[in-house]
Design a protein around this ligand. Structure first.
Ligand code: SAM
Length: 319
């Protein structure tokens, strides 16, 4: 496929139309929220009905390009307090209408405000406000809950699986990235990719911005398709990707003095040992509050696939 592992500058619908059916394993995106945010060349204040109509067309294309069992992780923030619209409900209704199955929602908790404002009626029930300190990641699948893989090329570790399957993700937001107002933090995308795909799968972001999906896909051995309408943002994505590729080829294993850097394993103070359900594997559980971290390290489970024990031949039954 010509689109594979490319940063493509263009309109999402125009480009997606050319992607063959059933070729993407995971789509992850954060569309423009229609909150009047100042993007490079997108008008982010459409009439709400027109905005929804546009988004529905994007969802239909997304469904078409997904493989059976493919997933769609849609990041969306609660809208402003005064002009509140349940946009996440509108989106999930649209996606269910076109036949996608909603499998879960993840709460991305990102409260980092030191000074809070917008209390509404301070200490009075007359009109107090809830200040959104989270975003949603709504997760859907196409046709089947199960994503098949011939090679079963999984690379998530025990610890990651335990942590990521708890749907409350405490990850600090990324501040502006070279002028882009709303970039993804790598940690958020790392979790989605590791949890929902196999190595070698293809991940699509049709509103790719500064290329976080592309970069994390590259670092984790997945293919990607990145689309964004802004030449500027695509340029940033290309540069990030180039850096990621170079670091993979020439990892920073040598410190400034020329000696090999010492690699130390972080041991969380609140972590405790637990035994998995099967009672066989020892795993470490880390408390969510310790996870306010930027992803610096990409892990892979390199353990050998478990060999199944040869079955004992059954004793013949006698009547
Ligand atoms: C919320 S941002 C995505 C940011 C991205 N997740 C990141 O990590 O940088 C939405 C993006 O949609 C892009 N966009 C807006 N209209 C578009 C269109 N018609 N086709 C493709 N991209 C579009 C904007 O340029 C913007 O970068």
């Amino acid at each position: 496929m010509d689109f594979l592992d490319q940063i493509i500058c263009g309109d999402c619908l125009g480009v997606m139309n050319q992607i063959p059916d059933g070729t993407v394993h995971l789509a992850v995106t954060s569309p423009p929220y229609n909150l009047g945010i100042s993007y490079d060349n997108h008008d982010d204040s459409l009439v709400y009905e027109n905005y929804l109509e546009w988004m529905k067309k994007v969802w239909i294309e997304t469904k078409r390009v997904l493989v059976p069992g493919g997933r769609f992780a849609l990041n969306i923030a609660p809208t402003s307090i005064k002009n509140f619209r349940p946009i996440h409900h509108d989106f999930s209704n649209q996606l269910r209408e076109i036949g996608m199955t909603m499998r879960t929602e993840i709460i991305w908790y990102k409260q980092t405000m030191k000074r809070r404002t917008a209390w509404g009626s301070w200490k009075s029930p007359s009109n107090p406000h809830i200040v959104p300190s989270w975003e949603y990641v709504l997760v859907f699948c196409k046709d089947s809950w199960t994503l098949e893989s011939e090679s079963k090329d999984t690379d998530i570790t025990n610890d990651e699986f335990m942590r990521f399957s708890d749907g409350f993700w405490y990850i600090p937001p990324e501040s502006q990235r070279r002028g882009h107002p709303t970039p993804f933090p790598e940690e958020l995308i790392y979790r989605l990719i590791k949890f929902y795909t196999y190595r070698g799968n293809t991940v699509l972001d049709m509103f790719g911005g500064t290329g976080t999906i592309a970069v994390v896909a590259q670092k984790t051995g997945r293919h990607f398709i990145h689309i964004d309408i802004s030449q500027n943002y695509c340029e940033i994505a290309k540069q990030r990707l180039e850096t990621a590729r170079m670091l993979q080829e020439f990892p920073l294993s040598v410190g400034r003095t020329g000696r090999k850097s010492k690699v130390t394993k972080r041991v969380p103070s609140e972590s405790k040992e637990a035994t998995s359900l099967a009672g066989r594997t020892k795993v470490e559980i880390t408390h969510q509050s310790q996870l306010l971290e930027k992803r610096g390290k990409y892990t892979t489970d390199k353990s050998e696939p478990k060999k199944s024990k040869p079955k004992k031949p059954k004793e013949p039954k006698h009547a």
